[in-house]
Design a protein around this ligand. Structure first.
Ligand SMILES: *Cc1c(COP(=O)(O)O)cnc(C)c1O
Length: 423
């Protein structure tokens, strides 16, 4: 076998991979038709027939509601906006505690702070990387009002357990399903099992409109509040006759007609794009599954995984080599890897408890009834994974053909064959 590329040998991967690109002529035509219509957005920020947007916005929302099997879909200009709207819509108050996962993109937790509520981080499940129901339970206090789960990497959280726990404690649940559109949980789409959930449509995700997001819910009241927060709620509530004006501080979170026209086409491709990520992942598992000291993704029997990221656990004790050393060797062979993921609670904002201004708002306010800790140690599994053992492959970065998967497999096999030389 060739020398490791790290030590000057020829890299296992010789040919650059094709970039992942879910767009095609259908999206070009759809965008062109909107531009030719001259109507790039038809929203009006007042109680008016165009309060809910123009024809493509409405068509995309109808298509998404049908696709995901929900009563309401509400488009937004990013999923970050969607998360902010969701937290406002479920009626969170300043100082309310919201339990959230640290193993996610930062916006999942920041959305809570935008309403001056307090994120409380609970640890993850060691197999799925999603919030662990027992860890959630340990974090519940008399001030807890909601849970924000993230279906991270492409697999749903344990929603029946979490919804039952939420019902017992009177909590609302928001599902951040940015990375798992099309994933199934007991036959239902991930994102649709919470009180409100949704998907990101940013450039990096399975399907995209450049920027954008879709909220999904079966709750009429939540849907109306999402639509209001999206579009200048404060000037709309009187005309619309809205009685509950809490959190009716509006934004402009509106998604444009071009994006929605593209989204309609993208949604039609979601099933195939997901199926091809799953095929790629299965082929990677066939090769990596035989390597010692490496754990391939755990897919729970009641779920499907859509592999936004293909997560790997390294047994660095058995291998006797650090994750960084292994990643250095893999990267030299031409494999692009994530060396860690996220520990949101360790961001400076939480460590210094500085969100708004310089005085510690909102944590220093009388509406915060108790001290919340963000110290290292509160989420031991997420922390150990991030510090030591996790690595991932991004499956929505490249469009990997069979030969590419084979080359990636060859790189792993080569690094593993030489593992002693990395010690
Ligand atoms: C991408 C992502 C977001 C943010 O979505 P945007 O559309 O970029 O705002 C939030 N949460 C998770 C888990 C994500 O992967």
């Amino acid at each position: 076998m060739d020398e490791l590329a790290l030590f000057g040998g020829p890299p296992a991967i010789q040919k650059p991979f094709r970039k992942y690109n879910p767009l095609g002529p259908e999206e070009v035509e759809a965008a062109k038709a909107v531009i030719e219509s001259g109507v790039l957005s038809q929203f009006i920020g007042a109680w008016h027939e165009d309060f809910l947007g123009g024809p493509k916005v409405r068509e995309f929302e109808r298509a998404a509601a049908t696709y995901f099997g929900v009563k309401h879909a509400v488009t937004v200009n990013s999923w970050t906006s969607g998360l902010v709207a969701a937290i406002g819509a479920i009626g969170i108050e300043p100082g309310d505690e919201v339990i959230v996962t640290p193993w996610t993109m930062s916006a999942t937790a920041t959305a809570i702070l935008h309403w001056n509520a307090i994120p409380v981080f609970a640890d993850i499940d060691p197999d799925t990387y999603n919030l662990s129901p027992s860890a959630i339970e340990r974090c519940i206090s008399p001030h807890t009002r909601a849970i924000v789960v993230a279906d991270i990497f492409g697999q749903s959280a344990d929603m029946d357990e979490i919804m039952a726990l939420a019902a017992r404690h009177g909590l609302k649940v928001v599902s951040d399903t940015a990375q798992a559109p099309g994933a199934l949980y007991k036959g239902r789409y991930a994102g649709t099992c919470a009180h409100v959930g949704g998907y990101s449509l940013n450039y990096h995700k399975h399907i995209h409109t450049g920027e954008g997001g879709i909220l999904v819910t079966d709750d009429d009241d939540i849907a109306e509040r999402l639509q209001l927060i999206r579009n200048h709620a404060e000037v709309v509530v009187a005309g619309k006759g809205v009685k509950n004006i809490s959190n009716m501080i509006g934004f402009n979170f509106r998604l444009g007609e071009i994006e929605c026209a593209i989204g309609i086409e993208q949604l039609k491709k979601l099933k195939d794009l997901v199926a091809s990520r799953q095929r790629i992942a299965e082929n990677i598992t066939k090769i990596l599954g035989d390597l010692p000291g490496l754990k391939t993704p755990v897919v729970m029997p009641d779920r499907s995984h859509v592999y936004y990221i293909y997560p790997i656990q390294l047994d660095i004790v058995a291998l006797g080599v650090s994750r960084d050393r292994i990643c250095d060797a893999l990267e030299a062979e031409g494999v692009s890897v994530y060396r860690r993921y996220q520990n949101i609670h360790l961001l400076p904002m939480y460590q210094k408890k500085l969100a708004y201004g310089n005085e510690g708002f909102p944590w220093n306010q009388p509406f915060c009834k108790r001290e919340i800790s963000y110290k290292k140690g509160i989420c031991p599994i997420a922390e150990a994974y991030n510090d030591l053992t996790f690595m991932g492959l991004g499956l929505c970065v490249h469009d990997l053909g069979d030969a590419d998967v084979e080359a990636i497999g060859k790189a792993f096999v080569k690094v593993w064959a030489h593992i002693g030389r990395l010690r």
